[in-house]
Design a protein around this ligand. Structure first.
Ligand SMILES: [Zn+2]
Ligand SMILES: [Zn+2]
Length: 232
């Protein structure tokens, strides 16, 4: 009974087998179809991912380019700053040198100023001495004049240049010359009193009253002669 039923079952199984065999490929096709769909979906996903990655790469590349450009600009700035610093250093060195030379010049000028002060003092002293000498001299001349007047029994015309004490004559250097102020001195002495300074050109300052006489053509030889003194 059991054997029989077993056999029947086997037969039944065999009967069902072709159906299974037909069913099997059907299932497989669906599976394959599903797998293909899944694969397709995966491919689409992968493609999307790839595109996204490409986009990201492109963005990063752009960012990198920008960064590289910034680095380049920064390097350029650094180089320029270095150059400027070295230029400033050179200028500073030059300025320091110039300042040193200027300091030296100022020192020299101060020294000269000190000398000038001494010179000025010397001039003032010389001027004082000159005026005191002139005073003494005039006094001496007056004494001589008085003596001569006593000798001659009355005042005489003064025929001597009161500056050099030489007698006036027709000799070129000893001709008496009248200045604008009315004072008379010899031609040679007149020549010694010519001033050629910034303010006065070809001008005689009278040794008696310091009045000015402007010389014309001929210089001291162009001054009027004091004929009265020569013809006596
Ligand atoms: Zn004279
Ligand atoms: Zn005078």
């Amino acid at each position: 009974m059991l054997r029989r039923s077993k056999r029947i079952a086997e037969i039944e199984k065999r009967k069902n087998q072709p159906e299974d065999l037909i069913k099997k490929p059907k299932l497989s096709e669906e599976l394959i179809q599903r797998e293909i769909e899944e694969l397709n979906a995966n491919i689409v996903n992968l493609e999307n991912n790839t595109r996204r990655t490409d986009d990201r790469c492109a963005t990063e590349k752009t960012e990198n380019d920008v960064l590289r450009l910034r680095i380049h600009v920064s390097e350029m700035s650094t180089r320029r700053a270095k150059h400027q610093t070295s230029e400033v250093k050179i200028t500073l060195k030059k300025t320091t040198k110039e300042a040193g030379s200027l300091k030296k010049q100022i020192g020299e000028m101060l020294g000269e100023l000190e000398n000038f002060k001494d010179f000025d003092e010397a001039i003032t002293k010389a001027k004082k001495e000159t005026s005191s000498n002139r005073q003494k001299w005039m006094e001496e001349i007056e004494k001589i004049q008085e003596k001569q007047e006593e000798k001659n029994g009355g005042p005489i015309e003064w025929k001597m240049c009161e500056i050099c004490a030489f007698e006036y004559s027709e000799e070129e250097k000893k001709v008496p010359r009248v200045l604008n102020c009315g004072h008379t001195i010899c031609t040679e002495c007149a020549g010694n009193f010519i001033m050629n300074t910034f303010n006065h050109h070809n001008t005689i300052r009278c040794p008696f009253d310091r009045q000015l006489t402007q010389l014309r053509s001929g210089g001291v030889y162009g001054l009027p002669r004091n004929c009265a003194l020569v013809n006596l």
